[in-house]
Ligand binder design. Structure first.
Ligand code: ADP
Ligand code: MG
Length: 141
């Protein structure tokens, strides 16, 4: 295993529910550290570019509407096997299918409004991290 960095987003529903604290605690208790963070209300341009891989999907418009509906917390997480570890802690995309104790099982309302984003591979982690953060914004522990 290697030390990796991955992009995490607490989506507008998670920010509105005021569960930033417990979500970050879950990351920290499982060996992930926050090495960059900022609150931001995404522009449509930012959300569309971030999710460009999904632009042909039927839910794309709904996804961009949701992601721009309120502030999000953008973070870079670092740790052993951080990309897969974050995905495991998040749980399945559809909260109805997410394992007990995962973030989406605990907080998400639906497949669309599912509380957290996490990069799914080293290439997407690199792209997604650089979409929101400059190298100098990331402070490794
Ligand atoms: P994940 O976020 O688990 O990597 P995907 O990359 O497949 O999932 O999808 C990106 C995001 O698009 C999801 O987190 C969710 O917010 C939204 N989404 C995915 N599938 C649907 C769907 N069937 N209906 C509405 N929104 C969806
Ligand atoms: Mg994805």
């Amino acid at each position: 295993m290697a030390i990796e960095q991955t992009l995490s987003i607490i989506k507008p529903d998670g920010v509105k529910k005021n569960v930033i604290g417990p979500i970050i605690t879950k990351f920290e208790e499982n060996g992930l550290s926050v090495v960059a963070a900022k609150m931001q209300k995404l522009s449509r341009h930012q959300a569309e570019g971030f999710y460009a891989v999904h632009k042909e999907r039927p839910f794309f418009g709904e996804l961009v509407d949701f992601m721009t509906s309120g502030p999000v917390l953008l973070m870079v997480l670092e740790g052993e096997n951080a990309i897969a570890k974050n995905r495991e802690l998040m749980g399945a995309t559809n909260p109805a299918e997410a394992a007990e104790g995962t973030i989406r099982k605990m907080y998400a309302a639906s497949i669309g409004e599912n509380t957290v984003h996490g990069s799914d591979a080293p290439e997407t982690a690199a792209f997604e991290t650089s979409w929101f953060f400059k190298g100098g914004d990331i402070v490794s522990h």
